[in-house]
Design a protein around this ligand. Structure first.
Ligand SMILES: Nc1ncnc2c1ncn2[C@@H]1O[C@H](COP(=O)(O)OP(=O)(O)O)[C@@H](O)[C@H]1O
Ligand SMILES: O=C(CO)[C@@H](O)[C@H](O)COP(=O)(O)O
Length: 494
C-alpha cells in the first residue's frame, strides 16, 4: 500500500502524520515550541526552531515505521497562516518570523490605507487589514528595520520555509498567499498594482501555486537529515484552516468547520468568493481554483485555556481542567469571559481589545473560571456563526476539530451554543490529515479532492446534540457577552 506524509506546522507545535492510501493514520509525532514575546504586543517565532521540530517529527515517524515510510509517495503541509518569514539572497533567515498573533503593526495599516485607499484595498483583497498579516508586518519591517528590509530576497509564510528546507524551492500557495492580504483574492494572484503603490519590489513575492501542485522533491540533504527517501514528491500545501477543512471533507458549501487550536475559527468552503460587506470576516482562496473560504477568526482560542492553566491556576492537563469545569453549571453562574487576550479579529478587528472576566462574585471558584473561559471561546465562534447566518449561508452540520475537539465538554458547549449537531472525525488531527490528503491527490493516488475526501475522511458515529436546558443559560450569557466589547471599547484603548 502507498503512504503519504502530512506535516502540520501549528502555532504551539508541529505534528507529522503518516497516512495510508485508505485514510488510516498509521502513526504521528509532535514537538512543541513557544511564541517569543519580547514585548507584550509582539509575537515571533524562530523558524530554525520550527524547522528542527519539523525535522525531528519526520525523523521520528520514519524511524518508528520504516517499512511504511519507505513507501511514502508524497508529502504536503498545513501551516499557521498570515505570518511573515524573510530570507536573504543566500536563503538565510533574516530575523524571527513575525507571526499571525503579532499586534505591532496598527500604524502601518493606517499608512497602507492612506497610500492605496481603504475602499480600493478592500475591493481587491476582499478583506480588512489586520495586524499579524504578512503585508502589515512587512511594512513594519520597512519602517522600523530598514537594514533587515534591504536584505530581503524572498518573503514567505511559515510552512513555505519548512517546505523550502525540504525541497530547496521557493514558493507559496493561494490559501496562504491570500491570507497575507496583499492579494487579488478573486483573480488568485498577487495584488501587483497595490504592491507597486506601496513601493515594494515585486520580485520578493514568490510564485503562487494551488495546494496540490507538486513543487519539488525531497533533496539528498533533507533525506540525510530525516531518513526520508530522496526524490519523494512534495506538494505545496496550504493554510491550516483550509487544510483542516480538507481533513474534515469540507470542500464545498453545506457544512461548517469549528476549529479550536491556539486561535479558533468558523469556516466554510464556497464556489464563489463570498465576503461580508462590513469586512468583519476573512475571505481567502481555498485549496482549488474554483473554491474560496469564508472565515470568522478569533485570536484567542485554546490559548486562553492554556494561559489559564499555566499562568493563573497552575494546573497540569486540559483533561484535569475540563473535568473541573464540568462541576460548574452551564453559564458558569453568571461569570462571562471575553477572550480578547491578544486583541480580536472577527468581528471588531481591534488589536487593542483586552480580556475580561465579568460578573465575578465570592460564589465563583476555579471550576467557574475554567468553564467560563471555555464558554467565552465558544461564544466568540458563535459571533461568527451569526455573521454567516446574516449573509444567508445555510449549513446542516458543524464539524469540530483542533485540540478543542478532544474533550467532550467543549463539544457539548458547541452543540448548545451553536444550536447545531456537532460532528467529529476519526483521529483528531484534521489539518495534518488534510495535508496528507493533499499529498495523496498531488501524487496521483486520487484524481481530485472530491474523490480523495469521499474515500479518506471518516466521521465518528457519535454526534453531539444540543441540550435544550443548557441553551437557556447560554442564551442569557451570550447576550451579556455581546455587550461587553461595546461598553469597554474606549477603556481598552486608554
Ligand atoms: N483534552 C482537551 N480538552 C479540551 N481542550 C483541549 C484538550 N487538548 C487540547 N485542548 C485545547 O487545544 C489547544 C491546542 O490545540 P491545537 O489544535 O493542538 O493547537 P495548534 O494547532 O494551534 O498548535 C490547547 O491550547 C487547548 O486549549
Ligand atoms: O490565524 C489563523 C487564521 O486566521 C490561524 O489559521 C492561524 O494559522 C493559527 O492557527 P492555530 O495554530 O491556532 O490552529
Amino acid at each position: 500500500m502507498n503512504y503519504f506524509l502530512g506535516v502540520d506546522i501549528g502555532t504551539s507545535s508541529v505534528k507529522s502524520l503518516l497516512m495510508d492510501a485508505k485514510g488510516h493514520v498509521v502513526g504521528s509525532a509532535q514537538v512543541g515550541y513557544d511564541i517569543i514575546k519580547s514585548r507584550p504586543e509582539y509575537a515571533e517565532q524562530d523558524m530554525e526552531i520550527l524547522w528542527e521540530a519539523s525535522r525531528q517529527t519526520i525523523a521520528d515517524v520514519v524511524k518508528k515505521y520504516p517499512q511504511e515510510a519507505a513507501r511514502i509517495q508524497g508529502i504536503s503541509y498545513s501551516g499557521q497562516m498570515h505570518g511573515l518569514v524573510m530570507t536573504d539572497a543566500q536563503g538565510r533567515l533574516i530575523r524571527n518570523a513575525i507571526i499571525w498573533a503579532d499586534q505591532r503593526s496598527e500604524d502601518e495599516i493606517h499608512r497602507i490605507y492612506d497610500v492605496v485607499g481603504e475602499d480600493s484595498y478592500r475591493s481587491v483583497a476582499l478583506n480588512s487589514l489586520s495586524t499579524g498579516f504578512l503585508i502589515s508586518s512587512l511594512m513594519w519591517v520597512k519602517e522600523h528595520e530598514p537594514d533587515n528590509y534591504e536584505k530581503i530576497r524572498h518573503v514567505m509564510f511559515p510552512k513555505d520555509y519548512i517546505r523550502f528546507r525540504m525541497c530547496g524551492e521557493y514558493g507559496t500557495d493561494m490559501t496562504d498567499a491570500s491570507s497575507g492580504a496583499i492579494f487579488d483574492t478573486k483573480r488568485r494572484r498577487w495584488a501587483w498594482e497595490l504592491i507597486d503603490r506601496l513601493g515594494i519590489d515585486r520580485d520578493i513575492f514568490p510564485e503562487c501555486h494551488e495546494s496540490c501542485d507538486v513543487v519539488g522533491t525531497v533533496t539528498k540533504e533533507c533525506a540525510e537529515m530525516t531518513g526520508l527517501k530522496p526524490g519523494i514528491k512534495i506538494a505545496c500545501g496550504g493554510g491550516d484552516t483550509l487544510m483542516q477543512g480538507v481533513g474534515n471533507g469540507i470542500i464545498g458549501p453545506g457544512t461548517l468547520a469549528a476549529n479550536i487550536g491556539t486561535a479558533c475559527q468558523i469556516s466554510g468552503g464556497f464556489n464563489e468568493p463570498l465576503y461580508d460587506e462590513k469586512y468583519r470576516t476573512n475571505t481567502f482562496c481555498h485549496v482549488k481554483e474554483d473554491l474560496w473560504m469564508l472565515m470568522g477568526a478569533h485570536l484567542s482560542g485554546g490559548v486562553a485555556l492554556k494561559w489559564l492553566m499555566n499562568e493563573i491556576l497552575y494546573m497540569d492537563t486540559f483533561d484535569e481542567m475540563t473535568a473541573m469545569a464540568a462541576e460548574a453549571p452551564a453559564g458558569s453562574e453568571g461569570l462571562v469571559f471575553l477572550p480578547y487576550l491578544s486583541g480580536e479579529r472577527t468581528p471588531y478587528n481591534d488589536p487593542g481589545a483586552k480580556g475580561i472576566y465579568f460578573g465575578m462574585t465570592l460564589r465563583h471558584g476555579r471550576e467557574h473560571m475554567i468553564r467560563s473561559t471555555m464558554e467565552g471561546i465558544v461564544f466568540g465562534l458563535r459571533t461568527s456563526i451569526e455573521i454567516f447566518k446574516g449573509l444567508g449561508i445555510e449549513y446542516s452540520k458543524i464539524i469540530a476539530s483542533g485540540g478543542g475537539a478532544r474533550g467532550r465538554l467543549f463539544l457539548e458547549m458547541q452543540a448548545d451554543i451553536f444550536d447545531c449537531d456537532i460532528y467529529t472525525n476519526v483521529g483528531n488531527e484534521q489539518a495534518g490529515i488534510g495535508a496528507a490528503i493533499t499529498a495523496a491527490v498531488a501524487s496521483g493516488e486520487y484524481a481530485d479532492y472530491e474523490e480523495a475526501c469521499a474515500r479518506l475522511v471518516h466521521m465518528k458515529d457519535t454526534v453531539v446534540t444540543p441540550n435544550r436546558e443548557n441553551q437557556k443559560y447560554y442564551e442569557e450569557q451570550f447576550a451579556v457577552y455581546r455587550e461587553l466589547y461595546g461598553h469597554n471599547k474606549d477603556l481598552f484603548h486608554m
